[in-house]
Design a protein around this ligand. Sequence first.
Ligand code: NAG
Ligand code: NAG
Ligand code: NAG
Ligand code: NAG
Ligand code: NAG
Length: 951
Amino acid sequence: MIHWQLFLFFLVGRTFAQQSLNINNFVPFGSAVGDKTLERRIDFVTGPIPIKFRFPFFNQWHDEIKLWSHGLILFGNITYNLPHTPPGPFPLRNFICAAPYWADTDIAQDLQSDIFYREVDDVETLSQITSMVRNGFPQFTTYRMLWAFVATWYRVPGHQSSPGRNTFQAIITTNGFYSFTIFTYHQLQWSAGLWGGYPQIGFNAGDQVNYFTLEKSFSPDVVEVVNDSNIGVPGQFVFHTTGNISDVECNSVEGLQSMPFRGSMYGGYEFRLSGICFNQSDYTVEIDGQQIVNCQIAPSYISCMMPMTYGGRLKIRLYSERRPIGETDFLAIEPEHNAHLILHNYHELDDSVQQTDNDQFALQFQSNAITNNYLFHVVVYYYGAQMWLNNGTIHNRTHSRIDLGLGPRNLSLLQNLTIRYESIFSIIDQPVDRTHLLTIAFEVVRPSSRIVWAAVPLILLRIIVVAAVTFESYCPLWHAFEPNPQIYINQIPPCPCRVLTTWSENQLGFTADGACDGRYPLGKNCMFHQGASGCYRRKSNTGNAGAQCCYNSQGAWISNWENGAGTLDAYSPDGSLLSLGHIFSDVIPYFSCCKSILSPSKERCKQYMNKRPPGRCENLLPLPAGGNGDPHFTTLNGGSYTFNGYGEYTLIKSTVAQFEVQVRLAPVNANSPSPSSDNATAIVAFVIRNGNQSLVQFEMFRIQKMIEIRVNGRTIEYTPLTTENIEFFTTSQLIYSDDHQLNIRQTSLTSFEISYGETSMQFIVNARSAFDFLDLLFILPRDLMKNGQPRGLMGDLDGLVYENGTRVLSATMTNDQSLFEYGESWRTTSATSLFYYNSPNSYATYQNTKYRPAFHQTLLQKYNGTSRFTMAQQSCQNLKDSQRCVYDVLITNDPTLSLMHKQFDTNMVTWESYIKQVEEDIANQPSKATTNTISKLLIGWACAHLFFIFH
Ligand SMILES: *[C@@H]1O[C@H](CO)[C@@H](O)[C@H](O)[C@H]1NC(C)=O
Ligand SMILES: *[C@@H]1O[C@H](CO)[C@@H](O)[C@H](O)[C@H]1NC(C)=O
Ligand SMILES: *[C@@H]1O[C@H](CO)[C@@H](O)[C@H](O)[C@H]1NC(C)=O
Ligand SMILES: *[C@@H]1O[C@H](CO)[C@@H](O)[C@H](O)[C@H]1NC(C)=O
Ligand SMILES: *[C@@H]1O[C@H](CO)[C@@H](O)[C@H](O)[C@H]1NC(C)=O
C-alpha cells in the first residue's frame, strides 16, 4: 500500500488514468485494466450504460445500469436529483439500487480521486469474483460467474466536508441466473457530508418489499464496516441478490445445508453449514451425536472439520444455547480400497480376516511411479466393536485415528513395513469376541494443495482382526443362532436373470460389487466367487438385507455357490457404506466357515452357503424404443416421429402410476442470456415425478457449460466432474441419494444416471459436450406402462394418443407437419407444470406458442443435391437409422452431430441383443418360468435435439 501512496505523492495534480491499482480483496481497477472514469461533476449520474448480460436483481431483469457519484449503482430509471436532501432509509418506491456507500461524495474539484467502472468479462477477474462468491455462499460452489460490473470509488472526498478520503469497491455479478453483489471497503475516513446525515449501505428493489439496510447505516459507526464482514473477510460483504430479500443475507428459504453433503467417513476435511442466518454468538454442531469442536462461525456459514465417524447416513444437528436450530443429512461413505496400487501382498490382506495371535502383519511395497514419486504419511483408522450373536446387537463401539509416526516416507525405499497390532490396540486384556477393523491409509503428501471437497486419503487397505479362538468358534456358533434365510430372501429384490456384459457401474437398479466387478480383470477380483465375471448388489427397501447377484462371462445369473453364485447379505454394505453389521453377520462368518485352517471342510463352508443363498432371479425384458438426434421422439410402441415445439411438454404421464416426465424444448441457444433467432431446438431441461418420491429436475445451461440439478426445487450442490478432478472420483460419483432409493450419479463429464431402486426405473441423461443437446434414455417397467394408461409425447404401447383417448393414425419420421398439432396438444400450463422456476423466470419465460419449425420435407427439398446434403449423408454412413442423422446434420450443418447418433445406435444394438438373449432364456427354460417372474421393461428414447426452420 505504501508504494502507491508514495507514487501518488508525485502525481498530485494528475489523475491516475494510466495505472492499474491493486488493493487487497479488490479486483484490479484503474485505467490500465480498461476502467472508465466518471466525469468530475457534482451530483453526477451517468446515462444508461447498456450491459452485455441481462442482470437479474430482485426478481427483475436489467439490461442497463447507471452509476451515481454518490455511491450507488442504479437500475431502472429513477434517481433523486436533490442531492442535499437525502430521501431517507429504504424502502423507497420505484428506486432500484445497490448502495455500497450512499453519501455526499464530490470529486468535482478534487484531482486526487476517481470513480472507476467497467464491465468485466475476462476469465481471470471473473474467477477472482467467483471465489469471493463461493467464499460467501458455499452452496453455489458449482457456479462460475460469467459477467460482472465493477465500480471503484477511489480516495473520494465528501462535499465540502471535513478532510478524509474513502476507498471502496462495488461489484455486481451473475452467472446468468443467480446474481450477487459484493461490497468491499478499504478505507472510510469520512461519513457525514453537508447533507447533515450519515451514509446508507444496502439495497432497494423499489417494490417496498425487498430492501435491506446494513445496521451501521445512518450513524457515525458506519465507517467501521471496513472491519466488518458477513463472510469472514474484514471489509467485505457478499449478498445474494437474485430473488427475495430473505435470501440476501442468508439464503434462508432452503434451510440448513451442508457443503459437501457426502464425504469420507474417516473425516479430516472441511465442511460448511449454510442456508440460514448465523446471527447468534454461540453454536454447537453435532454429527451422529458427536460434538464438533473448533467450528468457525461467519455470518453466512459455519465451517467445521469433519471428524471420523462410523459411516452411513448421519444427522448433522445445529444448536444454539442447547436449543435445536436445524438439522441436515450427511452421507459418510467408505472410500474404495485401492492399495493394489502400491502393495505386492494386497491380495492376502485386503478385506481379509486376520487372527490376533499372529501379532502383526507385513506390508510389502512395490517400487513404481506412485511409490517413487510421492511421499506418504501412514495412518490407521481403527474401529472396535463386539456383537451379541443371540440378538445381533453390536455394542462397545469405539474408534480412533492412529498416526504411525512415520512422517512423510518414500515407500519404495522403505520396501517393507511390519505393523504390530499392539501399536494400534491392546491385545492382552481384550474380550475374546472383540473385533478390530483397521483401515490403513496412505495419505499422499501433496506437492500443491488443491481444493478437493471431501478429499479422501488416497490409498487404502482394510483388514479385520479377531482373536484366534473366535475365528475358529465363530462359524458353528453363528450358524446355531442364524435364522432361516427366507426372512432375508423375502426382503431382498430378485436378481435380474441376465445383465448386459458391458458391466457398467449400474444395471437395472443394481450397483457393481467392488469385490467382483466385471469391468476389471479377474484375479483377486471375484476371488470369493470363483466362476463369476461380475456381481451386482442392491439393498432391500424394507430391511437391512441386500442381494448379491453374480453372473458368468455371458451375463447369465449363477445360482450355485460352487460356480461362483452370490451370497445374500444379512446386512448390506449398501454400495460403499461401512456397516459393522455386515462384518459380523456376513464377512467373519464366511472366513470362519470357509477359511478355517484348523478344521477346514466343505461341510463347514456349506453351512455358510445354506444361510447365505443367492436368492432368486427374475427375467427382465426391455423393449427398446429408439430415436435420437433432431427432434426424434421414440414412442413406447417403438415408433418414431419428430416434433418441433418450443416450450414445455408432457413427455409421458400416467395418472394411474403417478408418474410424469415433462421436457422443455428450446432453440439450441435460447437458454443463453441473449438468445439468437436460431431455429434448431433441443431438449434443454426435464423434470420427473415418480409417485411420492422427490421431484428431480435437470436444466442444461449452454453458456455456463453446466447442468443444474434440483431435487424438490432445491439445488443440489455437487462438484461436477472435470478433466482435472476425474482422477479423484475414478469412474463415477454419486451426487444425490435419498432414503427412498432415488440415486443420481454423474457417470462421465457429460452423462448422468437417475435410478429408482425399487422399480428398476432408470434414466440415462447425455449432454453433448457443447451443452447444446440433451438426450434422455428411459428404462421403464413395462407393467407400469401397460397398466398405467400412459399419455404424452411418447404415447402408449399402441402408438400416439391424445389426452381424450383419440388415436393418431400414423406416426412416422416424415409426417412431422401433421403431427405438430399432436405435439402442441401436450404443452403444459402454468398450473400443470412440474418445473421449479428460478425467479425472475417463470413458466411464461419458456413458452413460445407462435414458433413454427421447418418440416422435414421442406428441409429435404431445400438441400437436395447440394454439397451440404452430400456431407450430411457421408457423416451419417453406416448408421442403423441414418435418416434422422441426415436431418440433424443438414439442419445444424454440423457433421459432429453424427457422433451422438452413433452412440445411440450402439446403445440400441446393445439393448436389442440383450432382449434377444432374455427371450431365448425364457424359451429355453420353460420349467423355470414358474419360479422366474417375467417382468418386462420398456425403454424409450427421447433424444429430441432439434427443431428447425429454414428459410
Ligand atoms: C421507468 O420505469 C418504469 C418501470 O420499468 C416504467 O413503467 C416507466 O415508464 C419508466 N419511466 C420513464 C420516464 O422511462
Ligand atoms: C442382547 O443380548 C445381550 C446378552 O444376551 C443382552 O445383554 C442385551 O441386553 C440384548 N440386547 C437387546 C437389544 O436385546
Ligand atoms: C469394551 O471394550 C474395551 C476395549 O476397548 C474392553 O477393555 C472392555 O472390556 C469392553 N467391555 C465389554 C463389556 O466387553
Ligand atoms: C521385504 O520382504 C520381502 C519378502 O518377505 C523380502 O524378500 C525382502 O528381503 C524384505 N526387504 C527388506 C529390506 O527387509
Ligand atoms: C426461425 O423461425 C422464424 C419464424 O418462426 C423465422 O422468422 C426466422 O427467420 C427463422 N430463422 C432461421 C435462421 O431460419
